[in-house]
Write a protein that binds this ligand. Structure first.
Ligand SMILES: [Zn+2]
Length: 108
């Protein structure tokens, strides 16, 4: 069986600041049907966390911001609090990912 591997330098290195679960690198589809990868808190599967799916670019940007304040060890672990804040404020980019999350639909 041929298995396509997807690598991201942050894969396996992210932990949710909301629930302390590991954050997974998962495939998903955009509203145009294209495949994209997202970061998803594993707590979502257990329904213990409501962290939205985060776009790669969103997380990368948050991590870059954190590079200035986090001393990276060989065991790279980055909490994605900054990305989560971005997910809350930047509703435009998350709308397509969070169709069930309609609380913010009034502020367009
Ligand atoms: Zn979480």
């Amino acid at each position: 069986m041929r298995r396509r591997k997807h690598h991201h330098y942050l894969k396996g290195s992210l932990w949710c600041a909301r629930c302390s679960s590991r954050v997974w690198y998962v495939p998903g589809k955009s509203h145009t049907g294209e495949q994209h990868f997202y970061f998803m808190c594993s707590g979502r599967q257990k329904h213990t966390c409501d962290l939205p799916y985060l776009k790669i670019a969103q997380v990368e940007r948050a991590v870059e911001d954190n590079y200035t304040t986090i001393t990276l060890s060989s065991d790279l672990r980055i909490r994605i609090a900054a990305a989560m804040r971005a997910a809350v404020t930047d509703s435009g980019t998350t709308d397509s990912l969070m169709r069930t999350h309609s609380r913010d639909s009034s502020q367009h």
